[in-house]
Design a protein around this ligand. Structure first.
Ligand code: SF4
Length: 82
């Protein structure tokens, strides 16, 4: 999963780009729910939030490093729940 760092300027552009609705406005800045973030696996070749973020503040979440296989498994789980 990806995460948003405290460099976020709350510009709002990433939230509508997320195909998993994983991005939400937290108490201070935008946040990413690691249980919903597939790093856009299953939807796009590149994470869409990373593409649009003007301040490049969306790295991989070091607490949720995942390989392609587990990201695909999460994608399938999210699809079956929707
Ligand atoms: Fe924050 Fe970047 Fe999202 Fe804008 S695009 S709200 S700066 S994380």
């Amino acid at each position: 999963a990806l995460m948003i760092t405290d460099e976020c300027i709350n510009c709002d552009v990433c939230e509508p780009e997320c195909p998993n609705q994983a991005i939400f406005l937290g108490p201070e800045i935008y946040e990413i729910d690691p249980n919903k973030c597939t790093e856009c696996v299953g939807h796009f070749d590149e994470p869409q939030c990373v593409q649009v973020c003007p301040v490049a503040c969306i790295p991989v979440n070091p607490a949720h490093v995942e390989n392609q296989e587990s990201l695909w498994a999460k994608y399938r789980r999210l699809q079956s729940n929707s």
